[in-house]
Design a protein around this ligand. Structure first.
Ligand SMILES: [Zn+2]
Length: 303
């Protein structure tokens, strides 16, 4: 089954609803990592949140959610691009990791953690400059920090529910839509009532239900008394930007002497992508041929 995000609007366009549920994408994120349970659960929530926010902001680049921690977790990042491909990673400090833990104990034991939302424009944008919004890491949940960010930076009332285990991650987002001028389909007062109703209904959802229930079923159970406009589901995929070619370029930059030293010492070269952890292996013949190929190409004798 494909991972998708589903979007709905209250008929009077007062409230936007988004639901995301990831299995394959989330398993791919962990394929080369063995994150402890508590860490996986936090990262899964961050991934679901990145998808919810990226599809929601009118923006054509990537959205990155980044938590810089001062505890056992040094850094946690989830990125969702405009094509709804995602990648995510965690950097752990070299210290014993507690068996269990939450946002505050794993990332913010000394109160110095920072939650950063980065909007990174597409690479070909002239004068490309990323926008960064920073909020303190307050609250017990990632959703709380993001709700704070949305109201401060986007002036949008947003409620977010997130849940993750090692197999799945899921999220639900509600957003109060701005009522605009004469063409509004509803009054401010009616929109406020819709918002109150939508959040009250969604607050009945448990973490377990969010994770275990199929998206359509969950939306129906929560909002069956409302009339919703549904939109086409959009697929979510996992994509890291690492390739063997990029690793080769990196090894070439490192230089033949350095590469030969590693070969002498280890008999092979193993490089793992620092983001997704995918290993790239070069045996002595692979590694030596990198530099031979350069020499041949430089002499332009091979085309
Ligand atoms: Zn990678």
């Amino acid at each position: 089954m494909t991972d998708v995000i589903k979007k709905y609007l209250f008929e009077d366009r007062s409230v936007r609803i988004e639901s995301v549920h990831l299995t394959d994408t989330w398993l791919a994120a962990q394929a080369h990592h063995d994150y402890p349970r508590a860490v996986a659960s936090l990262l899964g929530e961050l991934v679901a949140a990145a998808v919810l926010l990226a599809t929601n902001l009118k923006f054509d680049g990537s959205l990155l959610l980044q938590i810089q921690g001062d505890g056992a977790i040094a850094l946690m990042v989830a990125e969702c691009r405009a094509d709804l491909s995602v990648r995510a990673t965690v950097k752990l400090r070299d210290q014993p990791l507690p068996d269990s833990g939450d946002l505050q104990t794993l990332l913010n034991p000394h109160g110095g953690a920072r939650f950063i939302v980065v909007l990174d424009p597409p690479r070909n944008t002239p004068g490309r400059q990323a926008y960064q919004g920073i909020v303190p890491l307050e609250g017990d949940r990632i959703s709380e920090a993001l709700e704070q960010y949305m109201i401060r930076s986007e002036q949008l009332h947003t409620k977010i529910w997130l849940s993750a285990d090692r197999q799945k991650c899921a999220g639900l987002l509600l957003q109060k839509m701005p009522i605009t001028g004469g063409n509004a389909l509803t009054s401010e007062a009616a929109a406020e009532q819709s918002w109150e109703r939508a959040t009250a209904l969604s607050n009945t959802l448990t973490s377990q239900e969010l994770l275990e229930t199929q998206q359509d079923t969950m939306i129906h159970r929560l909002f069956w008394e409302e009339t919703l406009l549904g939109f086409e589901a959009q697929p979510i995929t996992w994509k890291c930007s690492c390739t063997r070619e990029r690793v080769i370029d990196m090894l070439k930059m490192l230089g033949q002497t350095e590469v030969d030293d590693i070969l002498t010492e280890q008999g092979k070269i193993e490089v793992a992508c620092e983001f997704c952890g995918k290993p790239y292996l070069f045996d002595a013949i692979d590694a030596t041929s990198l530099f031979q190929a350069v020499t041949v190409a430089d002499n332009k004798t091979l085309h």
